[in-house]
Write a protein that binds this ligand. Structure first.
Ligand code: C2E
Ligand code: CA
Ligand code: CA
Length: 665
């Protein structure tokens, strides 16, 4: 392009120079031709006129030397010369002056007269004609010189005009050349600028590309962060929801049902609270890895948050989802080694299978309900969603609402079941057992409402009420009998437990030695520092600790060594068969022997027959509790002698605040 422009501009310069040269040449040529044109014609006419005059004179002197024919020839020449005066610039020259016209008219008249006479040769008057011609010599000569003058002035005029034109043209050409050069310079400059701009653009484009790449990478990172859990690297709740919508919106999803699994870790909170968040985080990572390893590539695992995970797996038919859930419960329940510690947790799983056209929100609710049921039925369980769960949920909700109001409405009561000496059959103490009398539901078993209270977080308030009421009740008895109060494992999650017990003792004025707290083996499941600290603190203040329902839970004799219990309560499932089944007898014999060896007393629960009692007495069991000696009864029906009427504190003053409330049954 640059080269092409340069060539064009060069051609332009050459052409302009060449035109200037041609004009100069033409001007010179014109000058030459024009200089001789009019002047020459008139001078030739003058010469011809002279020749005619001479020939005519010679003929007059010697007709033999110059004949008439020659004169006539000369005359014809003259006529032809005269004709040239009628044309072109000569005509213009003649027309410019009246005198010139007069000379020519006279010449023509004279020549025509001569011609007429020559036609009639006998009448030729030579002298007259010569005189006429001679009279024209002067005017003709002046005409010739005037023609020369006219030509010269005309040439000068033209030349001046041409010079002016040439000057204008030269100036124009010079201007054009200058413009051309300027154009070339401008073009070069422009080109340089364009090159610069082009380079700048390229740099800018590169920068933009870089920025765009960076932005894209940043976007990718952001999208990844927005869609993944930072701790485990698993997809998060947002991605899970997108995936679920995608699967359920896909045409024909009913032909390929999917199972949605909701996982909630059992016991994770304890690990986090007692071993710290670092261990909790490491544990969550390990769980995530196990889940991924247990599933195949087509399954989708995500962490919903906290200790909750969700899994989408194909093929919900034939209970496959439930099979996967059971396998995962086993995998997750295998002990972990974190920071050199062995940790065991479990998981509960709710399973929902996609029906024809089920909405994402609905299947989420279904899996949630199934998980709720799984958790309600104990640790490490899996439940498959059933439509009845919706009504059960409603029932549970109204049950929960009623339970929440039970204390305030005074529907809660404590009943007391005697614990008698196996040797003397004398009452040594009572176990306080909660009763809920609902106006419509009737007597609700604690086996039903305690788990609900535990799940809904109401057990703290309820347990605290039972503790204060039982302590207060015991202070009214004349004999310093022991009062046993049940403590839920959930109550051990509360940091306020120790303070609450101390406060109940302080308010009631009960001797701590008379208070016995019954805890189940599940409290010792992880044997966390805090649990053991609480138990030891209780022991230090003199409170007795009994292990309840021994043999039913996750019995491990090793656990018994982690804390020095005062008492072992042998579960009634063993007592029931003691008189008939040898294995039950063997177990009870073993437990009593072991308890003695560890310095613990034993209480047999659920003793209903004399036979069972006799058997236990012989085995050396210390205490008996069961219908044989009395079911749990309201305090008024205990038939016990009291130090003072119920409603007065040990110090004889007003009732302690908690127990004095109208809630006390
Ligand atoms: P538990 O601590 O094992 O209480 C003993 C249960 O066995 C009581 O059931 C009692 O009525 C029953 N029982 C006593 N003797 C016999 C017998 O000879 N035969 C039969 N078949 N049963 C007998 P209850 O009162 O329904 O309590 C059930 C469970 O509810 C209790 O079991 C305890 O775990 C829980 N519970 C009761 N009150 C409280 C409480 O105040 N706090 C807590 N955390 N749990 C409580
Ligand atoms: Ca108990
Ligand atoms: Ca028990």
């Amino acid at each position: 392009m640059k080269r092409l422009l340069a060539i064009i501009v060069c051609c332009f310069i050459l052409a302009t120079g060449y035109i200037a040269y041609v004009i100069a040449e033409r001007q010179a040529a014109l000058q030459k031709v024009a200089r001789y044109n009019e002047a020459w014609t008139v001078s030739q006419t003058l010469a011809e006129f002279m020749r005619l005059e001479h020939r005519l004179a010679s003929h007059g002197l010697d007709p033999a030397m110059v004949d008439l024919e020659e004169v006539r020839l000369r005359l014809d020449f003259m006529f032809s010369r005269l004709d040239t005066f009628e044309q072109g610039t000569l005509r213009e020259f003649i027309g410019s002056d009246e005198h010139h016209q007069q000379v020519l008219r006279t010449l023509r008249t004279t020549l025509e007269a001569l011609d007429r006479d020559l036609m009639r040769s006998e009448h030729l008057d030579l002298a007259r004609h010569l005189a006429s011609l001679a009279a024209l010599d002067g005017p003709m000569t002046r005409l010739a010189s005037a023609a020369a003058e006219f030509g010269t002035s005309r040439i000068d005029q033209d030349q001046g005009h041409l010079i002016r034109l040439h000057l204008i043209y030269t100036a124009l050409a010079a201007g054009l050349i200058t413009c051309g050069i300027a154009l070339l310079i401008l073009l070069l400059h422009h080109n340089r600028l364009l090159n610069k701009a082009h380079k700048g653009m390229r740099r800018l484009t590169e920068n933009l590309q870089e920025a765009s790449d960076e932005l894209q990478a940043h976007n990718h990172r952001l999208t990844h962060v927005a869609h993944h859990d930072s701790l485990t690297g698993l997809p998060n709740r947002i991605q899970f929801r997108e995936r679920l919508d995608e699967i359920l919106d896909a045409p024909g999803n009913s032909r390929h049902p999917i199972a949605l699994l909701f996982l909630d870790l059992d016991g994770f909170k304890d690990v986090n609270d007692t071993l710290g968040h670092d261990v909790g985080d490491a544990l969550l990572k390990a769980v995530a890895e196990r889940l991924q390893a247990a599933l195949d590539g087509s399954d989708f695992v995500c962490r919903l948050g906290g200790d909750e995970f969700a899994i989408l797996t194909s093929g919900g038919e034939d209970g496959r989802g439930l099979d996967v859930a059971r396998r995962l419960i086993e995998d997750v329940g295998t002990p972990y080694s974190v920071n050199g510690r062995e940790i065991q947790i479990g998981t509960s799983i709710g399973v929902a299978v996609s029906d024809d056209g089920v909405a994402p929100d609905d299947i989420l609710k279904q899996a949630d309900l199934a998980l709720y049921e799984a958790k309600a039925s104990g640790r490490g369980k899996a439940s498959l969603f059933r439509p009845a769960m919706f009504t059960e949920l409603q029932d549970r909700k109204s049950f929960e609402t009623d339970l929440r109001e039970a204390l305030a409405k005074g529907e809660m009561q404590l009943h007391y079941q005697p614990q008698v000496s196996a040797v003397s059959r004398e009452v040594e103490g009572y176990e306080a057992l909660l009763r809920w009398n609902h106006p419509l539901r009737g007597q609700v078993s604690p086996a039903l409402f305690i788990p609900v209270a535990e799940q809904a977080g109401m057990i703290h308030e309820l347990g605290d009420w039972a503790l204060r009421t039982a302590c207060h009740e015991a202070t009214t008895w004349e004999r310093p009998l022991r009062i046993a109060v049940n403590l839920s494992p959930v109550q051990f999650h509360s940091k306020a437990l120790l303070a609450n017990i101390l406060e109940a003792l302080r308010q009631s004025g009960l001797d701590p030695e008379r208070l016995e707290l019954e805890i189940t083996e599940s409290v010792l499941l992880d044997a966390s520092e805090r649990t053991l600290t609480t138990l030891n603190s209780l022991k230090e203040i003199g409170v007795n600790i009994a292990m309840d329902d021994f043999g039913t839970g996750y019995s491990s004799l090793g656990k018994l060594r982690s804390f020095p219990f005062d008492k072992l309560k042998i579960d009634r499932s063993f007592i029931r068969d003691i008189a008939r089944q040898a294995d039950a007898l063997s177990i009870v014999t073993l437990v009593i022997g072991m308890a003695k060896g560890l310095g613990m007393t034993t209480t047999a629960e659920g003793v209903e027959t004399e036979e069972q009692y006799q058997c236990l007495r012989q085995l050396g069991c210390d205490q008996i509790q069961g219908y044989l000696f009395g079911a749990a009864q309201p305090s008024d029906d205990l038939g016990i002698s009291r130090r003072r009427p119920i409603g007065q504190s040990a110090a004889g003053g007003a009732l302690p605040a908690a127990a004095a409330t109208p809630r006390v049954a």
